[in-house]
Design a protein. Structure first.
Lengths: 356, 379
C-alpha cells in the first residue's frame, strides 16, 4: 500500500452550519493539499467535529460548498465521496468478528471472497492485529479495538481519511504509541488526512498544518511551528503551549508596553490603551530580587521533574516561569523575572488580535 | 434484633426483608402456577370427579382417566394415530393456501376432519404469519421513526382527510366510480399541496406520529369489532385466514412499533453512520447491523406478539366462524354444549393450547440474553 495515488485535495468554501439558533460553524474556509495531514484543533463546541461531519456527508451544511478534488460534493451522499472515517467510539460492529469488521467496506462493494480475505489480512497486518482476526470486539482491549477501526478505514484505500478524536479513549502511554503509529502510517500511505482533536500535543506532533477553531470560527491555519512561534491572536497564543502563555494586562504606547508602572521595550509599534502582553513560561527566567524586567512574590513553586514551575503575583495577573529544577525559592520570597524581548507578543485587549 | 432488619451491605437484603420477599414470591408463584396444575389434573378427571367436589391429588383423591383425551382425539373418526401424518400435511397445506390464495383460487382443507387438529393448525398458521408480518413491518416503521425526522404539516393531513371524506361521499351517494373520484381527489391533493406550500406552519413531529400509532391500541377492541365485521363482510373475507392474519398484524403493530422504537433509539448511531460511510444502503444497514444488534428486543417482541395472536379470542369469534376456527374458540366451544360445561374436555384442549406457547417461550428466551452490545463502543 505504499504511496497511494488516490490523494485528494479538500476544500471548504464559506461553509456555515446552524443547529436551530446556534451557529456552530461560521464562514469556514479551509484548503487541504493532496496527501496533507491537517489537524482541526479546538475545545469542545468549537465546531471541529461538525466540520469533519460535513466533509463526510453525515451532516449537511447550512450554507457554502465542499469540494473534494475540485468536485462539488456538497449534495453528494456519503457513500459516493470515497472517504473513510474513524470514530471516537470506534463504532465496531459487535456481532461481527474482527475480520468481518475490517472487510465490511469491501463486502458492501461486492468484492470476491478471496480478494477480500487477502486485503483483510494485509490491512490487519499493517496495524499489527493479524493474529486477532477471529476475535469479537468485546474480546479486545481498547488499543486493539482502535486498530481494528483503523484497519477498516484503510482497507479500501480512500482518497480522504477522516479521524474524529481517535486516540481520546486510550490511556496516556498507548496514546503516545498510537500517535507515532498513525503518523508513520499516514506518511507511508500518503492519504490526505483530516484529524479532529482537542489535544494540542496530538495536533503539534501529527499535523503538517493545524487549523485552530473557536466558537465556529477558524482562528489560524498554519504549521505547528508557525502556530507556536507566531500566534495570530490571543486565543491561539493561550491555547497552544503547556503550561499556557502568561498574560499581563497593561497599555501599549509606541514600542513601549507599560504595566503596573514598569515599561518594557518591545519590537512592535502601535498604540493601545488596553493591551495584553503574552510571554511563554519557557521564554522567561528567574533572577534574584531587584534584577530582571518584572518582580514579585512567589505564589507557588512546583517541581515538575526536569524543571520547576514558579508562579508569582504581578498586580492582578500571575506569571509562570520555567526555572531550573534545583531552584529553591519558597512561597513569599521576592524574585525577579527576565523576559527575552524577542519572545514577547502584544495583543489588543478589545479584540484579542495580535499587534505586530 | 437490629441485624434482622438491617442490610449487611448494599446489594444485599436484611434477613427479614429476605423472608418477606421470598414469601411474596412464593405466594405469587402459587397464584400463577396453581391454575395450570388445576387445568392439567382436571383434564384427567371424569364427570364424577369434577362434579363431586374439589379433588386435588391424582391417585389419592380421585382415579385419573383418559376419558377427556379419548373424546378429543380418538372418538373422532379422523383422529386416529395413523391420521397424524395427514394432519401435519394439513398444516403445510393450509400455510400454502394462505400464500397462494390471493393468486390462485384454492380453499383450505374442509373441516370434516378432527376439530382440534383444524383449530390447532389454524392457530399455528395464523399466529406465525401474523407475527411475521407484524414484526417485519412494525420494526421497519419503528426504525424509520427512530432515525428519520418527519414533519408532516397538520394542514396537509386535514386536506387529505377532507378529500377522503368527499371521495367516500361521492362514491356512496352519487354513484361516481371509485377510481374516478379517487384519482380526481389525489390530483387535487397534490395540487393543493403545491399551491399551499409554506402556508401551514404547524407540523407533527416523530413523537406525535409514535403516539398516534400507540393510541390505536388504547381503543377497546370491542368498539371496532362490529365495523370490522361489516368491512370484511363487504369485501367477502369473512372466515378466511388472510383476514385474521391482517387483522392480528394490524392490531399488534402498535406494540411492536413502540417496543422496537426504544431498542432502535438506544443503538449507538455511530455504527450506522460508519456503515453508511462504508457504502451500505439503509436496507443493508437495517438488515446487517441494526437487526442483529436488537435481536434480544426482537425476540422479546416476537414472543409477545406470538402469544397475543395465539390467545386472541374476540376478533376470532366474530370473524372466524367455521373454517378458520382457532384454539381459543375451540376452548370456549366446550362451554356451550347441550350437555353443560364439559370442564374435563375443555381442560384437555387448554393443555394442548398452552404447550406450544411454553415451547416458544423456552426457544426464544435463548435469544433474550444481555451483552450483545458489548465491545461496540469505547472501553
Amino acid at each position: 500500500m505504499q504511496g497511494s495515488d488516490r490523494q485528494a485535495a479538500v476544500r471548504f468554501e464559506n461553509v456555515e452550519k446552524n443547529f436551530g439558533d446556534v451557529k456552530v460553524l461560521r464562514n469556514f474556509d479551509l484548503e487541504v493539499q493532496p496527501g496533507e495531514f491537517v489537524v482541526l484543533l479546538g475545545a469542545s463546541g468549537s465546531g471541529k467535529t461538525t466540520a469533519l461531519r460535513i466533509l463526510s456527508g453525515l451532516e449537511k451544511p447550512s450554507g457554502g460548498q465542499v469540494y473534494i478534488d475540485e468536485e462539488n460534493v456538497t449534495d453528494v451522499l456519503p457513500k459516493y465521496r470515497d472517504i473513510s472515517m474513524v470514530f471516537q467510539s470506534y463504532a465496531l460492529y459487535p456481532h461481527k468478528t474482527v475480520a468481518e469488521n475490517i472487510s465490511f467496506p469491501l463486502k458492501v462493494r461486492g468484492m470476491a471472497k478471496d480478494d477480500m480475505d487477502a486485503a483483510t489480512l494485509n490491512a490487519a497486518k499493517q496495524v499489527q492485529i493479524g493474529d486477532l482476526l477471529d476475535r469479537y470486539p468485546r474480546e479486545l482491549s481498547g488499543g486493539q479495538r482502535q486498530r481494528v477501526a483503523l484497519a477498516r478505514a484503510i482497507i479500501r484505500q480512500p482518497s480522504v481519511f477522516l479521524m474524529d478524536e481517535p486516540l481520546s479513549n486510550l490511556d496516556a502511554k498507548l496514546r503516545g504509541h498510537m500517535r507515532a503509529h498513525l503518523k508513520h502510517m499516514q506518511k507511508s500511505m500518503g492519504i490526505t488526512t483530516i484529524y479532529v482533536t482537542h489535544d494540542q500535543i496530538e495536533a503539534m506532533t501529527l499535523a503538517h498544518r493545524v487549523a485552530i477553531l473557536e466558537k465556529g470560527v477558524l482562528q489560524q491555519l498554519a504549521t505547528p511551528a508557525e502556530i507556536y512561534n507566531n500566534p495570530a491572536n490571543l486565543f491561539v497564543a493561550q491555547f497552544i503551549g503547556s503550561p499556557p502563555m502568561n498574560v499581563v494586562h497593561g497599555s501599549l504606547n509606541g514600542g513601549q508596553f507599560t504595566t503596573n508602572g514598569v515599561a518594557i521595550q518591545t519590537a512592535v509599534t502601535g498604540q493601545a490603551d488596553k493591551a495584553i502582553m503574552g510571554v511563554r513560561p519557557e521564554d522567561c527566567s528567574i533572577a534574584s530580587s531587584g534584577e530582571g524586567t518584572l518582580f514579585g512574590k512567589i505564589y507557588t513553586n512546583e517541581l515538575i521533574g526536569d524543571h520547576a514551575l514558579v508562579t508569582l503575583d504581578w498586580g492582578d495577573d500571575q506569571i509562570s516561569v520555567k526555572a531550573p529544577k534545583d531552584f529553591a525559592g519558597e512561597q513569599g520570597d521576592e524574585v525577579g523575572v527576565i523576559i527575552h524581548p524577542d519572545c514577547l507578543f502584544v495583543f489588543d485587549e478589545s479584540n484579542g488580535q495580535r499587534i505586530r | 434484633m437490629q441485624r434482622l432488619f438491617e442490610a449487611p451491605a448494599i446489594g444485599k437484603m436484611s434477613p427479614m426483608a429476605k423472608i418477606f420477599a421470598y414469601t411474596l414470591l412464593g405466594v405469587w408463584s402459587f397464584f400463577v402456577l396453581f391454575p395450570i396444575y388445576w387445568v392439567v389434573i382436571t383434564s384427567f378427571k371424569d364427570m364424577a370427579a369434577v362434579n363431586q367436589g374439589p379433588f386435588y391429588i391424582p391417585f389419592v383423591d380421585f382415579q385419573p382417566t383418559l376419558e377427556a383425551w379419548r373424546v378429543q382425539f380418538s372418538e373422532d373418526p379422523y383422529c386416529t394415530v395413523s391420521a397424524i401424518g395427514r394432519q401435519l400435511w394439513l398444516l403445510v397445506y393450509n400455510s400454502a393456501v394462505f400464500v397462494v390464495s390471493p393468486v390462485v383460487e384454492l380453499n383450505p382443507m374442509e373441516p370434516q376432519i378432527c376439530k382440534i387438529y383444524l383449530a390447532f393448525t389454524n392457530s399455528f398458521v395464523i399466529s406465525i404469519f401474523a407475527t411475521g408480518l407484524c414484526v417485519l413491518v412494525g420494526s421497519m416503521a419503528a426504525f424509520a421513526l427512530a432515525r428519520i425526522q418527519y414533519a408532516p404539516r397538520f394542514g396537509n393531513i386535514m386536506i387529505f382527510v377532507l378529500l377522503l371524506v368527499v371521495v367516500i361521499f361521492t362514491v356512496t351517494y352519487y354513484g361516481v366510480p371509485w377510481w374516478v373520484s379517487s384519482s380526481v381527489a389525489l390530483a387535487l391533493f397534490f395540487f393543493l399541496l403545491r399551491a399551499l406550500r409554506g402556508y401551514f406552519k404547524m407540523s407533527l413531529r416523530n413523537g406525535d406520529i409514535l403516539f398516534w400509532i400507540i393510541s390505536q391500541r388504547i381503543l377497546p377492541p370491542i368498539v371496532v369489532v362490529i365495523p370490522l365485521y361489516v368491512m370484511f363482510q363487504a369485501v367477502g373475507m369473512l372466515d378466511t385466514h388472510l383476514a385474521i392474519i391482517l387483522l392480528y398484524a394490524v392490531a399488534n403493530m402498535p406494540i411492536v412499533v413502540w417496543l422496537m422504537y426504544d431498542f432502535f433509539r438506544n443503538l449507538p448511531i455511530e455504527l450506522e453512520e460508519s456503515a453508511q460511510l462504508d457504502g451500505a444502503t439503509r436496507l443493508r444497514i437495517f438488515r446487517e447491523i441494526v437487526l442483529p444488534l436488537t435481536r434480544p428486543g426482537l425476540a422479546a417482541t416476537t414472543l409477545l406478539t406470538l402469544v397475543l395472536c395465539w390467545n386472541e379470542y374476540l376478533f376470532a369469534v366474530f370473524l372466524a366462524t367455521v373454517k378458520v376456527q382457532t384454539m381459543p374458540i375451540m376452548v370456549a366451544a366446550k362451554n356451550t354444549g347441550e350437555k353443560g360445561i364439559l370442564w374435563w374436555e375443555m381442560c384437555a384442549v387448554i393443555v394442548v393450547m398452552i404447550i406450544p406457547v411454553i415451547i416458544m417461550a423456552i426457544l426464544l428466551t435463548r435469544f433474550i440474553s444481555k451483552g450483545v452490545l458489548m465491545g461496540a463502543m469505547k472501553g
